[in-house]
Design a protein around this ligand. Structure first.
Ligand SMILES: O=P([O-])(O)O[C@H]1O[C@H](COP(=O)(O)O)[C@@H](O)[C@H](O)[C@H]1O
Ligand SMILES: [Mg+2]
Length: 576
């Protein structure tokens, strides 16, 4: 259907939530905005459904949230009654409408006689994942757009293991979502009735306590925390999001008592007024933490994104300046610490496994190999890491040791099945204390890893494709890469090309083999010098992401190679 027809259906609705009606009125005549809002439904991407808030079938609003939840409910209706009665845990972040969407979801579930457990206030994504497991609900819903700009919101769906649903299951739900075509006719139950009938229960402190007890278990060396960690100065910023509620308690419970939250950013605020983007991947997210860190002489600054699943960090250098760490660096140093500690304690299982995404650093592969541990690579999306953990658990073939993605996501212990910035903050603080005890900073620690395993350097650059034609332009770019395939980058030959859309890996001499991963629109090139370059459209934002990973014998050489390959990728893209 054309966007005009869809728009007309909305215009002709006799009853509509007044504020949405008003927003629709404001859009009248703005064809560009209307086309974006009414062309088609939002898709389920890397992390569920995510989009700009506003009226229309293609934006996040009460009606599209009801529709998504109706899909969840219809799916649950196909399961046995006992499973259905386990209900759905629901959490939300600090964004505009997040609380409202969470309750709307409960109302739709309630109309199907499906119980929901809704947090009394915003809580992090990892805590929602934990809640699903802890309360043994059949599913979970998290209302958040993570680190996206303030105009966005989103709907993440969790399965009974606490992981975001992998495509096999989420595709089924998408079908049910699409079957709920009339978004205005979706039945919703009354909040008060639901509460009275115990079909809507409010959760909070009970789950917090259970979660915090588990978070405390990620620490390894209690003496070290007592001796060094307790007084080590930390700065924490939740970037106006959910981390505020639990991050402080988690650090304190683990024994890190000397920390300050950036006061302005400890205010939950959907405007995210102090940052251009509430994303710890961007240096500006640290501006205020750095200023405060300098005043207070803090050793370590940590920032979590609004739903507190991503963690970024900055480390004070001897000069007094702060050095930002990348997601790959944070993951590598956490991994090295975990493996070393487990080995020393005689607790390194022979069938241990580390899981990372195909676009994350190979340094971690090298570290794991040094301990005789295998690295499993999966597609981008923490759901695929959760899927591995679930498999290890059910097949008893491997023991999960650590999982991460370059996009600032890490998981230490599987009581959560999504990236967990709260767990990671606590363990990173412990690792910092360990280096401090040795007269080193975390950054020195990373240097030490590089000196041992080689200097690894990675970079992700993204090209934005906004507007209604964005998706088409991104598709064109990917097609060009396939049809006019490059043979080299910066004169370094491509030795292998992995096309994840066909699942085929092709060598420069034409031999092919199969890639053992689900199909995805991703291309990865391996170069003669060990460098890899990967290209994929983001599943959460209108962007194509280019990743480069390289290594060399010195830091300078690695950085120079990285810059050369980045320029080569850019030149190739510009030539399209
Ligand atoms: O946004 P978050 O923190 O929920 O994170 C989500 O998006 C990230 C970026 O995905 P993409 O490259 O497709 O945009 C993924 O790495 C992550 O697994 C997913 O949970
Ligand atoms: Mg997030």
């Amino acid at each position: 259907m054309s966007w005009q027809t869809n728009y007309q259906t909305w215009q002709e609705q006799p009853t509509m939530i007044p504020y949405i009606h008003d927003e629709l009125t404001v859009m009248a005549g703005n064809d560009e905005a209307l086309e974006a809002a009414f062309s088609g439904p939002m898709s389920f991407g890397t992390a569920g459904m995510r989009g700009v808030m506003g009226p229309g079938i293609g934006q996040m609003n009460v009606y599209t949230v009801r529709q998504a939840t109706e899909g969840v409910a219809r799916y649950l209706d196909t399961l046995d009654e006992a499973t259905k009665q386990r209900g759905v845990a629901i959490s939300f972040d600090s964004r505009y409408h997040s609380r409202e969407f969470a309750h709307e979801a409960a109302h739709v579930l309630g109309a199907h006689q499906i119980p929901s457990f809704v947090f009394d206030d915003m809580r992090p994504t990892p805590e929602l994942s934990f809640a699903v497991r802890h309360l043994q609900t059949a599913m979970g819903i998290m209302i958040t757009a993570s680190h996206n700009p303030k105009q966005y919101n989103g709907f993440k769906i969790y399965g009974p293991d606490g992981g975001q649903m992998p495509p096999v299951d989420s595709d089924k739900i998408t079908e049910f979502v699409r079957s709920a075509t009339d978004v205005f006719a979706i039945p919703v139950a009354d909040e008060r009735d639901l509460r009275q009938n115990k079909l809507l229960r409010i959760i909070g402190e009970d789950v917090d306590q259970a979660y915090l007890a588990n978070v405390a278990s990620v620490t390894i060396n209690a003496d070290l925390i007592q001796k060094v960690g307790k007084t080590m100065k930390l700065i924490y910023t939740p970037l106006h999001g959910t981390g505020k509620v639990i991050g402080e308690r988690a650090l304190r419970a683990a024994g890190f008592e000397n920390f300050t939250m950036v006061p302005e950013q400890a205010i939950a605020d959907p405007e995210f007024p102090t940052v251009p983007f509430p994303n710890p991947e961007f240096a500006q997210a640290f501006d205020m933490a750095i200023a405060l860190g300098k005043q207070e002489g803090a050793d370590l600054l940590v920032a979590t994104d609004p739903d507190a699943d991503r963690l970024g960090a900055a480390v004070r250098q001897p000069s007094g300046e702060y050095q930002l760490l990348t997601g790959n660096q944070i993951a590598s140093i956490l991994l090295a610490y975990i493996l070393k500690a487990r080995k020393e304690a005689g607790q390194l299982p022979a069938n241990g496994r580390v899981v990372k995404s195909i676009v994350s650093t190979e340094l971690a592969t090298k570290i794991a190999a040094a301990y005789g541990i295998e690295m499993k690579n999966v597609l981008t999306g923490f759901k695929f890491i959760a899927e591995q953990i679930h498999q290890y658990e059910t097949q008893h073939d491997h023991t999960f040791l650590f999982g991460f993605e370059e996009s600032y996501g890490y998981l230490i212990k599987p009581f959560v099945r999504d990236k967990d910035a709260i767990q990671s903050t606590v363990l990173l603080a412990e690792v910092a204390a360990d280096y401090k005890q040795r007269g080193m900073t975390l950054y020195d620690g990373i240097e030490e890893l590089y000196a041992t395993y080689g200097y690894y350097a990675e970079k992700t650059v993204a090209q934005e494709f906004p507007g209604v034609n964005g998706a088409q332009e991104m598709a064109h770019l990917m097609t060009e890469f396939r049809e006019n395939a490059p043979h080299d980058f910066a004169n370094v030959a491509i030795t292998e090309t992995e096309d994840f859309s066909t699942g085929v890996k092709t060598s420069a001499t034409g031999e092919t083999s199969t890639i053992d991963l689900p199909q995805a629109n991703v291309l990865k090139y391996w170069l003669a010098d060990g460098t890899w370059i990967c290209i994929r459209p983001s599943g959460t934002e209108p962007k194509v992401k280019f990743y480069v990973g390289t290594s060399a014998k010195t830091d300078q050489a690695a950085q120079e190679k990285l810059a050369t390959f980045e320029a080569a990728v850019n030149a190739y893209v510009a030539s399209i």
